[in-house]
Design a protein around this ligand. Structure first.
Ligand SMILES: Cc1cc2nc3c(=O)[nH]c(=O)nc-3n(C[C@H](O)[C@H](O)[C@H](O)COP(=O)(O)OP(=O)(O)OC[C@H]3O[C@@H](n4cnc5c(N)ncnc54)[C@H](O)[C@@H]3O)c2cc1C
Ligand code: FES
Length: 605
């Protein structure tokens, strides 16, 4: 690669790009080269619409000719291991140099539009700085998630020491799948109550499974069912952009499912599975035969069990309707959030701009203590308090009081009575697997479906994925874990699909998650369960830090705020299979950014 186009054609557009001035160039260089971290406002007032929470709605290319060819830089402008955003005249491209070869592809992550130039380039792929999606530099294909699409890939040629990029209109304007989706050919002998693949659940895991099957050439019937009223949507947005309309968060339009013959049965609940006869029994009595089954039913939010739990205006945030309604009810009113979970804290943050008061009730002493550790939890709590969220810690709800059927007060076990017009419950969830109890599918004591590295259950032909499963995590010596996060659900769905097609693919991924509050993101990679120490770099009070979670002498997870792309860097090291030693990280911290970073680059011992 990096050489010539196969067949030189007449050039229609040729743009001599003026290289940006020094300062700007610095800003656009990759962190592998000379990145400057993103600048965030730390102590400012709440700004909920974080740049990265906007979906990409507009194609970044404008006024595109049939073929675009641009001279984008001099060969000397880019060193090995560097990336740069370059101008094509109709929009930008990401130019990459690795091992002497040049590559060019789309510059924005198809998930939420992150500038990939600020991400991490390592051995043939780029990892997004925001939520960790990975793209092959050779093909533009998505290799790790979140997000559903791949990047457009452009041709590069070198002529007289200059680097040229060439792109067709189609490459620039078409949303790119990894492979062309197969057509369903089995519908001629259509039997409504029989499908080849049945997917129970239309969340991230179910959708990615269906799409992967079609991308891999599967041309038989696929039926996906969901208890939801809607086609799959971006669930993480529900607590971050609570008043989004459904069409702003829908993952694929109706036509997509029609074109690709993926049937979605909405408002449909599977009540039991007869694995011996390969039949799913629906709540209304309808039965469907299947050949292969994916169970991707996610989880069910836990409810309060106190007095008054059935009063009106108490919500779990599971649907766009829930989220929209809470915002409406909270406007200039009093909102109480029960549980300082990811969901609870995101909702609390969102409502501070709308509500008269926002209170959080939590059993623990500090939010997120188990997950992020006490210090990070305290720093986050302070940020919330500075944004006028009031915490009631180490207590729980004893009663929800109503007036004319509607919530009026939340009574705490401590005796405190909070005025409340709306209440959101975020006290955790349990796997939605109750309907499988008698099925013979292996379920553990907590209700999770047990799968192997290929997402297979103990029953041949039955796969499970997403929030509802425990699976062996290679990163932690194949310990069985449940990781209820968006990226992982995507990856599970993909692995399940590949193994339905007998590809024999084992899961190999670094868990990556994020939460976004007050316009800032906290990113996290790895699996920190059971950490025994935390090594910090940066300033927790300023919310500009990186925290390395260690167990014995090894780093098992990392979290950061305002320190991009450190989490993506660490995720790439973990993905390469290299262990990160605690003492290397301590050295790095002791000497600041000038410390020994060989553990990040892999060039050291
Ligand atoms: C408000 C909110 C915010 C979140 N924010 C983040 C975040 O910022 N980052 C992150 O990494 N993760 C986040 N998550 C978690 C993330 O959304 C989940 O990990 C992900 O949705 C799991 O995907 P899934 O496919 O396993 O299940 P789900 O997305 O939960 O989908 C389950 C599907 O199964 C269907 N179903 C269940 N039971 C049945 C049945 N018996 N019959 C038929 N259908 C059934 C449901 O209707 C649904 O379609 C958030 C979750 C919520 C609720
Ligand atoms: S914007 Fe790239 S992974 Fe989310």
């Amino acid at each position: 690669m990096g050489g010539c186009f196969s067949k030189p054609k007449p050039v229609e557009v040729k743009i001599e790009v003026v290289l940006p001035e020094k300062e700007r160039a610095k800003e656009e260089m990759s962190p592998n080269g000379k990145a400057s971290p993103l600048v965030y406002k730390v102590n400012g007032t709440a700004r909920h619409y974080h740049l990265e929470e906007h979906p990409i709605t507009i194609n970044p290319y404008q006024n595109v000719k049939d073929v675009v060819e641009a001279s984008v830089c001099h060969v000397k402008d880019l060193e090995n291991g560097q990336m740069r955003e370059v101008d094509l005249g109709c929009g930008k491209a990401l130019l990459i140099k690795e091992n002497g070869d040049y590559y060019a592809m789309g510059h924005k992550c198809p998930h939420y539009g992150a500038p990939l130039v600020k991400g991490v380039l390592s051995k043939g792929r780029v990892r997004c700085p925001w939520h960790g999606a990975c793209f092959s530099i050779g093909t533009g294909d998505i290799e790790d998630f979140p997000g559903l699409d791949s990047l457009p890939k452009f041709q590069v040629k070198i002529e007289k020491e200059k680097v040229y990029i060439r792109a067709s209109k189609q490459a620039l304007l078409t949303q790119r799948r990894t492979k062309v989706m197969a057509k369903c050919i089995s519908l001629s002998n259509y039997n409504i109550s029989s499908t080849n693949v049945l997917i129970i659940g239309a969340g991230a895991a179910g959708l990615v499974c269906a799409e992967t099957l079609r991308q891999e050439g599967f041309s038989d019937r696929i039926v996906m069912c969901t208890m939801d009223r809607h086609l799959p949507y971006d669930r993480p947005k529900l607590s971050k952009s609570m008043d989004s309309h459904l069409d702003q968060i829908t993952l694929r339009p109706k036509e997509f499912f029609r074109t690709n013959d993926i049937e979605v049965l909405t408002e449909t609940q599977v009540a039991a599975v007869d694995i011996k006869n390969k039949i799913a029994v629906f709540k209304d009595g309808f039965k469907m035969d299947y050949n292969k089954l994916l169970i991707a039913t996610g989880n069910t939010p836990k409810a309060l069990s106190c007095k008054g739990k059935e009063v009106e205006n108490v919500f779990n945030i599971r649907t766009p309707e829930d989220a929209n309604r809470v915002v409406k009810l909270a406007s200039s009113k009093n909102a109480v959030i029960v549980g300082a979970s990811f969901l609870g804290m995101e909702v609390a943050a969102y409502l501070t701009e709308k509500a008269h008061s926002v209170s959080v009730v939590e059993l623990e002493e500090v939010p997120f203590k188990k997950f992020f550790g006490e210090k990070v939890g305290q720093a986050l709590m302070k940020m919330f308090e500075n944004n006028r969220v009031k915490f009631y810690m180490q207590t729980e709800v004893s009663e929800l009081r109503e007036q004319e059927g509607k919530l009026k007060e939340v009574v705490l076990k401590s005796g405190k009575v909070l005025r409340a017009d709306v209440c959101v419950i975020g006290i955790g969830a349990s796997p939605a697997t109750g309907f499988l109890k008698q099925s013979g599918i292996n379920i553990d004591s907590k209700g999770f479906i047990v799968v192997n590295k290929m997402m297979q259950t103990n029953i041949p032909g039955v796969f499970a994925a997403g929030d509802a499963v425990t699976f062996p995590l290679a990163l932690r010596n194949n310990k069985k874990v449940n990781i209820p996060h968006w990226q992982m659900a995507h990856m599970h769905g993909r692995i399940a699909a590949l193994n339905m097609l007998a590809h024999g693919t084992e899961i190999s991924t670094v868990p990556y998650l994020w939460t976004a509050v007050f316009g800032k993101s906290l990113r996290y990679a790895g699996h920190g369960e059971g950490f025994d120490d935390v090594v910090f770099q940066g300033d927790l009070d300023e919310l500009k830090f990186v925290a390395f979670y260690t167990k014995n002498e090894e780093v098992i997870a990392v979290a950061s705020m305002n320190y991009d792309p450190i989490v993506s860097k660490v995720a790439e090291v973990m993905a390469s299979g290299r262990a990160i030693r605690k003492r290397d990280v301590e050295l790095f911290v002791r000497h600041g950014k000038t410390g020994d970073m060989s553990w990040l680059t892999g060039k050291g011992s």
